[in-house]
Design a protein around this ligand. Structure first.
Ligand code: IMP
Length: 419
């Protein structure tokens, strides 16, 4: 009997889902992306090779896997064609046997990109036309790819062979007992319904989006894994309670420069901007799609608990634990203080959320570089303690811990949630 596993982001995107999806792909037969567009971007590292994906599931890097771009995805045809070409040029097979595009996926048109460039600044969108394309879809005046390929253009000719009724294909694969991996883009806090509105994306990255974005029943999903970075980042505008330093301070940062002894000295004296800077530099927190520096903050268990509820998470996957190395103290947000009240659950009212201050538990850090560590047992005791505290506050087990971009740097703690 196969399993259907959904992988969702629990924060504001960029949790490292791409690496986890690639890791789980080994045992998957079908990999299906269910929402978003080329606002997403993830990097997969295999050996010495680096791949950047925006639309195509990274399952194309493995032989014999079927990759689906679901109806919930919005497609910029030029971007998709160039992604296919760049994979083919690097020797990978991308044809109708390993890539299917849902007939009802919507198409991003040049006018959508123009509109996004003009109107997306306040939110800090990626300016890829995502919001305006979804807007037309909801207003029932969008263009589906099944219509797009009927009219002649270079892109329509190239994409025609991939376009099929993918709902049939994925449901048949589930019924045949295949292993299915459902891949979300962005994260819970960017969800159009459940995120920090209006500073959100225009689709549903949450697990429920996998059903609408692929045409599968909620009854068919067996496991929901929530990916969380060992800290938090956010790109674009919007409230962020555990943010370290201000955007103003970050503006003066030189992207190319490395970290100095003074940066660590000031961070370890508790200067927030410097702690954020260490996370940004050690975690290479610059957007895959836009190159923008990401705002960085401490892990927030209020948000993780919210993501657990909204997605029905079975287990967590903690990524980038290695990035915290070198900090002598690490904080973990356990609740918010709002006026004189302590809030343990995420407040949906954004006026309240914006005023929330983090209530922290302080833990000792570790000074060991984790890059050579080969097993979970070898992790510094304080790193293990940190993970245990996350489990305690979120009240679900951690299934996987990742300490670097490579596939080998992944430790499985709980097999039962995997294929
Ligand atoms: P849009 O999705 O381009 O409309 O942007 C809306 C918001 O979502 C902005 O704050 C973006 O920075 C954010 N966003 C969109 N895609 C991603 C992503 O893949 N990672 C992180 N943030 C994203």
């Amino acid at each position: 009997m196969g399993k259907t596993i959904a992988v969702v982001g629990t924060q504001w995107g960029d949790e490292g889902k791409g690496k986890i999806v690639d890791f789980l792909t080994e045992k998957a037969d079908v990999i299906a992306r269910y929402q978003g567009g080329n606002n997403a971007g993830h990097t997969v590292v295999i050996g010495k090779e680096k791949f950047k994906f925006h639309l195509i599931p990274s399952g194309v890097l493995h032989k014999g896997k079927l990759n689906i771009i679901g109806n919930g995805v919005v497609i910029d045809p030029k971007v998709l064609v160039s992604e296919i070409d760049s994979l083919v040029n690097r020797g990978y097979k991308v044809d109708e046997n390993n890539l299917v595009i849902s007939s009802s996926a919507h198409v991003i048109l040049p006018k959508h990109i123009e509109e996004d460039k003009k109107t997306g600044k306040k939110i800090g969108t990626t300016a890829r036309g995502i919001g305006p394309c979804y807007k037309d879809k909801i207003a029932r005046c969008g263009l589906r790819i099944s219509e797009f390929i009927k009219n002649y253009s270079y892109e329509s000719t190239r994409l025609k062979k991939f376009v099929r009724d993918s709902y049939l294909i994925i449901n048949k694969a589930i019924d045949e007992g295949k292993n299915i991996l459902l891949e979300g883009a962005q994260g819970t806090m960017l969800d159009i319904d459940h995120g920090t509105y209006p500073y959100v994306t225009s689709s549903n990255p949450i697990a429920g989006g996998a059903c609408t974005g692929l045409g599968i029943s909620p009854k068919k999903i067996n496991v929901i894994l929530g990916v969380a970075k060992a800290y938090i980042t956010r790109v674009g505008a919007g409230p962020f309670p555990t943010e370290l330093g201000t955007e103003e301070e970050m503006k003066n940062e030189n992207k190319e420069s490395g970290l100095t002894e003074e940066d660590f000295y000031r961070a370890n004296k508790g200067e927030e901007y410097y702690i954020g800077k260490i996370l940004r530099k050690q975690g290479q927190e610059y957007g895959t799609t836009t190159g923008r520096p990401r705002r960085c903050g401490f892990f927030d268990t209020v948000i993780a608990r919210y993501a657990k509820i909204i997605n029905g998470l079975d287990a967590l996957v903690i990524t980038k634990l290695d990035v915290l190395s070198g900090l002598n103290q690490i904080k973990i947000c356990v609740a918010y203080k709002y006026k004189n009240k302590i809030l343990k659950e995420f407040p949906v009212d954004q006026e309240i959320f914006r005023e929330c201050k983090p209530v922290y538990e302080e833990l000792n850090g570790w000074d060991v570089n984790l890059s050579e560590i080969k097993s979970f047992d070898e992790l510094p005791i304080n790193a293990k303690r940190y993970l245990k505290r996350i489990e305690k506050y979120v009240k679900i087990p951690i299934a996987i811990v990742s300490i670097g971009p490579e596939r080998e740097k992944t430790f499985i703690l709980n097999e039962e949630y995997l294929f």
